[in-house]
Design a protein around this ligand. Structure first.
Ligand code: ATP
Ligand code: MG
Length: 688
């Protein structure tokens, strides 16, 4: 049936073996840049082209939507795009949504269930805890998340709670779940937990999906959690036809419940597991690879990995001490500008990576000052902006009128005579009647609680939503669902009807109003494009939007020529010719800040040593993103809560083993930002 010869060139013998192996489950365990992701795309092409697999029977799971998109494009260059149509290449979360949508009734949900984002979830928890203590709120939220990811239900959480704080969190967990159910909503963790539990408990559903998923491929396997592991296990069933690829040295999501033990578990759960190792790195020059190896060597290892590269020695790695973060940002911007010119490179060949989102703002400013185009991954989301959330709340409500958080937001933005007192009375009434806010508006009993003048605007609002629901293709009791109108005109009518533009100009200065309206138009344009490209209905669009998670807060589909700014976490799996790693300081990388972990039982319990090891893996991920050149910087002082704090270079710099001689000492490091700017201008002028 298959001949190895038909596998295209561009694979080394170990990679070929991994692609051709179909006798059972396999695991490719190998270091950064060794072609693990390439194995996955090539294997999909091989299954389609040479092994008679149907596209719809192949599922590939990646960590981010961006990675999924890239993989999809890759496969389409390897096989006839027609042949690839129907492949499921998605994140675990998107697969979860797909499964939940198809199996909604079996999971006790309506097909138009809402997906709550972290902010909505936080608001629910805050209400239950009746506290504004951010640390405590975050701690409870992350405890709930870890329980969900570990498939621990509220009963077990309560039973095993060791402290009063944990017991409280477990109680909140129970009522939080009940609230979500009442809202016909799920949170991000549920997108994996509920499918895993459904597959485990429902034989029919499990058989249906096992029949469908004939071959499963999983990228970045080291960052799966217990829930995801179960999902893989249940989807593949006894046939166990899957390939997982991963690198234990790049496990950076322990704090979200990922467990490297999933790697070990594979070998015990599948005794027939074929393990393949790759040793050649095709990404980085030797200097970069040597530095990466030297850092990661300090961590205890599961197995010996010797990565080598034949891409040449490469340029020296540059380490730049900076006075403060402003100087650092300006220096990076100037160096990129100069380097792009010298190398005749494109903006998109450069990436600036950092440990925390809070580092982004100053860097952005510096790039803007020099008119350098940039895009941010893992930063503040377009989808987090107030105006975008406003518009989306309408769409969510149209899709699922049990979504109370969306109801409250939409009903009060723009203001339409529905006040806090009205909402509160409505909320109390709805809770007593055990119905959604939306349903409560239609009940006669409400008239005993609210004045007619209070009820009137509520009814006008809900009737408006109902009309939109009808047009979007949702049947109303007794009447069959009409044909759905296309999403585009619906969106336009919606915006017109709520007069959102006027609302903006009425409530704020012209400049911010303009920029917000611009964002709304961008959102609507994007939604329309999506609706056209993928044929999504309004309902599907809403769920799609919810999936653009914390990991990739970018909605740009096409890759513009721009410098890429990204957190280290969000840079996983990607590669850039030239990498600038900012803030390589003790306390930042390794990160030791207590402000985001205080009171967080999960993190507090983690031993310091384990934390440093995870930070070291993060450093390893950062270094190994670079193909040709690597620049590191650290600041002698950094502002924290309006105070300058003295900083030391990260221990990881020394661990790179560059020696004491300044490797590629930055020739201009003695210059002030002003002098550097002058130098740069001179350089640019020389050009023309
Ligand atoms: P990471 O651990 O960072 O996810 P990876 O193991 O998934 O890395 P890939 O991204 O698949 O590595 O590959 C790294 C780079 O090397 C890519 O640009 C890829 O196209 C290239 N590459 C991989 N294998 C080969 C090969 N056999 N010949 C030429 N180039 C290759
Ligand atoms: Mg990869």
């Amino acid at each position: 049936m298959t001949t190895p010869n038909s596998v295209p060139a561009g694979l080394n013998p170990a990679q070929r073996e991994a692609v051709l192996y179909l006798d059972g489950p396999s695991l490719v365990l190998a270091g950064a840049g060794s072609g693990k992701t390439r194995v996955i795309t090539q294997k999909m092409a091989y299954l389609l082209r040479d092994c008679g697999y149907m596209a719809r029977n192949i599922v590939a799971l990646t960590f981010t939507n961006k990675a999924a998109r890239e993989m999809d494009e890759r496969v389409k260059t390897l096989v006839d795009p027609k042949m690839a149509k129907g492949l499921i290449i998605s994140t675990f979360h998107s697969l979860g949504v797909r499964l939940l949508r198809e199996e909604a009734r079996n999971a006790g949900l309506k097909p138009q269930f809402s997906i709550l984002d972290a902010d909505d979830a936080m608001a629910i928890i805050q209400e239950m805890l009746a506290t504004t203590d951010k640390g405590r709120l975050r701690a409870v939220q992350s405890a709930i998340s870890l329980w969900k990811n570990g498939l621990v239900d509220p009963d077990e959480a309560e039973r095993t709670a060791a402290t009063a704080g944990e017991a409280e969190a477990a109680r909140v967990y129970r009522s939080y779940n009940a609230t979500l159910a009442a809202y016909q909503s799920v949170d991000f963790d549920d997108l994996i937990r509920i499918p895993a539990q459904l597959l485990a408990s429902n034989d029919t559903v499990r058989e249906r999906w096992q029949n469908r998923v004939r071959y499963l491929l999983v990228d970045e396997y080291q960052d799966t959690n217990v829930c995801q592991y179960q999902l893989v296990r249940l989807l593949t069933g006894p046939r166990a036809m899957f390939t997982a690829v991963g690198d234990d040295d790049q496990a950076i999501y322990a704090w979200r419940g990922a467990t490297i033990e999933n790697l070990a578990k594979l070998t015990t759960d599948y005794p027939q597991l074929k393990v393949i190792k790759l040793e050649q790195n095709y990404r980085s020059v030797q200097r970069i690879l040597a530095a990466a190896n030297s850092v990661i060597e300090r961590n205890p290892k599961l197995f010996e990995k010797k990565l080598w590269s034949d891409l040449g020695v490469g340029e020296p790695i540059v380490i730049s001490p900076m006075n403060d973060e402003e100087t650092e940002a300006q220096s990076i911007a100037m160096k990129i500008s100069a380097s792009r010119f010298e190398r005749q490179a494109s903006w998109k060949d450069f990436a600036i990576l950092y440990r925390g989102n809070h580092q982004a703002r100053i860097i952005e400013q510096a790039l803007r000052d020099l008119k350098i185009p940039y895009t941010i991954a893992g930063g503040q989301s377009f989808f987090d902006k107030a105006e975008v959330r406003d518009v989306l709340s309408y769409l969510r409500l149209i899709a699922n009128d049990a979504d109370d958080p969306a109801f409250i937001r939409a009903a009060t933005t723009p203001r339409r005579g529905i006040g806090q007192a009205t909402l509160q009375a409505l909320g109390t009434y709805a809770a007593e009647r055990e119905v959604s806010l939306f349903e409560a508006v239609f009940e006669q009993g409400l008239e005993t609680r609210l004045q007619p003048r209070q009820i009137e605007p509520l009814r006008v609002f809900t009737e408006f939503i109902q009309r939109m629901q009808w047009r979007a293709g949702r049947g109303v009791e007794g009447r069959p669902p009409p044909k759905a109108e296309p999403a585009g005109p619906l969106l336009d009518d919606l915006l017109g009807a709520i007069d959102y533009e006027r609302f903006l100009y009425d409530t704020m200065e012209e400049r911010p109003a303009q920029s917000r309206w611009h964002n709304v138009l961008e959102l609507v344009g994007w939604l329309k494009r999506k609706a056209e490209e993928d044929g999504h209905t309004l309902f599907e669009l809403v769920q799609h939007v919810a999936l653009i998670t914390m990991l990739e807060r970018q909605h740009d589909e096409e890759e513009p020529d721009a410098v890429k700014m990204s957190t280290l976490h969000a840079s996983k799996g990607l590669e850039y010719p030239h990498v600038y790693l900012a803030g390589v300081e003790e306390g930042l990388l390794p990160h030791m800040g207590k402000d985001d972990e205080e009171g967080d039982p999960a993190r507090a319990a983690e031993s310091l040593a384990a934390r440093i090891e995870e930070e070291r893996r993060l450093m390893y991920v950062g270094i190994t993103r670079a193909q040709r050149s690597l620049n590191l910087s650290w600041c002698k002082k950094r502002r924290r809560a309006r105070e300058d704090v003295v900083r030391e270079p990260s221990r990881f710099i020394e661990e790179m083993g560059l020696g004491t001689a300044p490797q590629g000492a930055d020739p201009a490091s003695h210059l002030s930002p002003k002098e550097r700017l002058g130098m740069l201008k001179a350089l640019l002028n020389k050009r023309g």
